[in-house]
Design a protein. Structure first.
Length: 295
């Protein structure tokens, strides 16, 4: 199967091999690195443009690949409805961690992001929401001072304007380069969620792969409704740390969405293609109405 696929690729980019004296190996070396996508779960290979058209979901096994914040917003919100909060906010170096400033500068240039979360307002089938999306390309979406502050401000805006909040989480946990400052964000974001709840507003969390560490231990686990994508890795400490602590082997599906649903940690597992529809139905069930007729 792979040989047939590579023959198609070679023909597409280099012409028919039968009409050229070049060796197949030379032609294959000219194939762009970003042309093909290999599923990390089933090893199926598809064209990159095809997997992107399917929102990074493998057509063979249903593996849900990671989306950028921009891609997530595009497939979730109504087109053109997103208005970003605090787009220019950047982290300082509160504990003087060596190389932290230069590392962030390089990541900003590579990703076009100023930090690991994008927040703002938008609509889902006409229903206004406050949304936050974590982007794992930025230091594995670790939560530092800017991430915590942007999420807190998003909840405060939602509380003040009586709006539902939806957070798409994907994180490796707290950001070690900011020391105790990063750990303080757990309490700060949790407090903002509590005040949003006191205001009587709905909070939905969508846990994507991976959601771990201090993010799981704070705002990610505090949703009124907790949704996860299929087979997403969700937990606090890693498998090896836990097994080493309890001296027992954990189940193979430990910390995956399906295991957590069975244990009651999450409420729903929703495929990406159905996420927008499910979110709109949940919003309507909780009394939020569309501002546009017919949606």
């Amino acid at each position: 199967m792979l040989e047939d696929l590579f023959k198609v690729v070679t023909t597409r980019f280099n012409g028919n091999n039968e009409k050229t004296d070049k060796k197949p190996s030379a032609n294959l070396s000219r194939i762009p690195d970003d042309l093909l996508f290999k599923c990390p779960r089933c090893q199926n290979v598809v064209f990159e443009d095809e997997i992107k058209a399917m929102n990074m979901v493998c057509p063979s096994c249903g593996y849900h690949g990671r989306l950028t914040a921009g891609e997530r917003i595009a497939v979730t919100l109504d087109k053109g409805s997103f208005c970003e909060f605090d787009s220019k906010m950047r982290s300082k170096n509160p504990i003087g961690f060596p190389g932290y400033d230069s590392k962030q500068a390089a990541i900003r240039e590579k990703t076009g992001l100023n930090d690991a979360v994008v927040t703002g307002t938008g609509t889902i089938r006409g229903i206004p929401v406050v949304i936050g999306v974590m982007d794992s390309r930025y230091m594995m979406a670790s939560m530092g001072s800017v991430v915590g502050e942007k999420i807190t401000r998003a909840f405060e805006y939602a509380s003040e304007h009586k709006m539902p909040a939806i957070m798409f989480t994907a994180s490796g946990g707290a950001r070690m380069q900011e020391g105790i400052v990063s750990l303080m964000q757990m309490a700060k974001t949790s407090g903002a969620v509590s005040r949003h709840d006191d205001a009587g507003q709905l909070y939905i969390t969508v846990l994507t792969d991976p959601t771990t560490g201090g993010v799981t231990a704070s705002f990610a686990s505090l949703g009124d409704i907790i949704i996860a994508e299929p087979k997403a890795l969700i937990g606090f400490a890693g498998r090896r740390v836990i097994e080493g602590t309890i001296k027992q082997r954990l189940p193979d599906d430990f910390q995956l969405s399906e295991f957590l649903l069975e244990k009651g940690f999450i409420d729903l597992i929703v495929e990406r293609r159905k996420m927008r529809s499910v979110l709109s139905h949940l919003l309507k069930l909780h009394g939020y109405e569309s501002q546009k007729e017919g949606l």
